[in-house]
Design a binder for this molecule. Structure first.
Ligand SMILES: [Zn+2]
Length: 255
């Protein structure tokens, strides 16, 4: 029967704020646990006295009550669970957090459960805000696990030609997602992979999610891992991310 609409009670992370015509309204994209990426509007959410103003702003993780509409949801209620305040105090962390959000816009399901995607994003933002992990490692884990969740799994078992599992230096093809050892002919676009970087790649992409963020690397390997994961993601996604290009202005070593 027309007119009866079921509320969707879920939790989600606000990953994008769109410009709106009415100055007091807010139109956002939310990565929700139960329905993946949804678009939703909140009447008057930008008014100072709005009861859910804070809960509907970018990077806020909230409990939500959503009313389904024709092509978007209406936010009926929102209560903040985590606002990631510390990310807003640091331009570099904020830039990276916004890149995570842009990744979520392009690499999360719509109209399907997204518990693992949401958990990954929330963990990434948590470790970024907390500052106990190297931000470049947090970035590599978020990129790598998102790629896994979306089915882009590289073959890290060993050299794709001779099967050798380890070498002091191997080469990774970001296009094919394969390894080549130093004895076999490396691909023209191959990126160098030290034994430490290979161990980190296997840890991030093949290990338990609960321990995905728990590892350390020497500084040189950290930059190499970060460059490799980013290139692999860009090669697989074949698109540009404005937020990443902005982050690069603060991290030219990634280029
Ligand atoms: Zn080989």
């Amino acid at each position: 029967m027309a007119g009866t609409k079921q509320h969707l009670m879920t939790d989600g992370l606000i990953v994008r704020e769109y410009p709106t015509v009415a100055e007091s309204d807010r139109f956002v994209a939310i990565l929700t646990r139960d329905k993946g990426l949804v678009r939703a509007s909140a009447r008057g959410a930008r008014n100072v006295r709005s009861r859910f103003g804070a809960a509907t702003q970018l990077l806020c993780y909230s409990d939500l009550s959503l009313i389904p509409g024709r092509d978007k949801y209406i936010i009926e209620d929102a209560k903040p669970k985590e606002v990631f305040f510390s990310l807003r105090q640091d331009m570099e962390k904020l830039a990276l957090a916004q890149y995570f959000c842009e990744l979520a816009l392009h690499m999360t399901p719509t109209d399907a459960s997204a518990t693992d995607h949401l958990r990954l994003l929330l963990n990434g933002l948590h470790y970024l805000g907390e500052g106990t992990r190297d931000a470049l490692l947090v970035k590599a884990v978020v990129e790598g696990r998102l790629l896994c969740l979306e089915g882009y799994m590289p073959d890290l078992g060993g050299c794709c030609h001779c099967g050798r599992a380890e070498d002091a230096l191997m080469w990774f093809s970001c296009v094919d997602g394969t390894l080549t050892c130093s004895a076999c002919a490396p691909p023209a676009e191959g990126m160098p992979v030290t034994a430490g970087v290979l161990a980190a790649l296997r840890h991030i992409l093949q290990g338990d999610f609960a321990r995905a963020f728990a590892f350390k690397l020497p500084a040189a390997d950290t930059v190499q891992l970060a460059r490799l994961m980013e290139r692999f993601l860009l090669a697989q996604q074949q698109r540009r991310y404005n937020t990443l290009e902005f982050y690069h202005t603060m991290h030219p070593e990634l280029l």
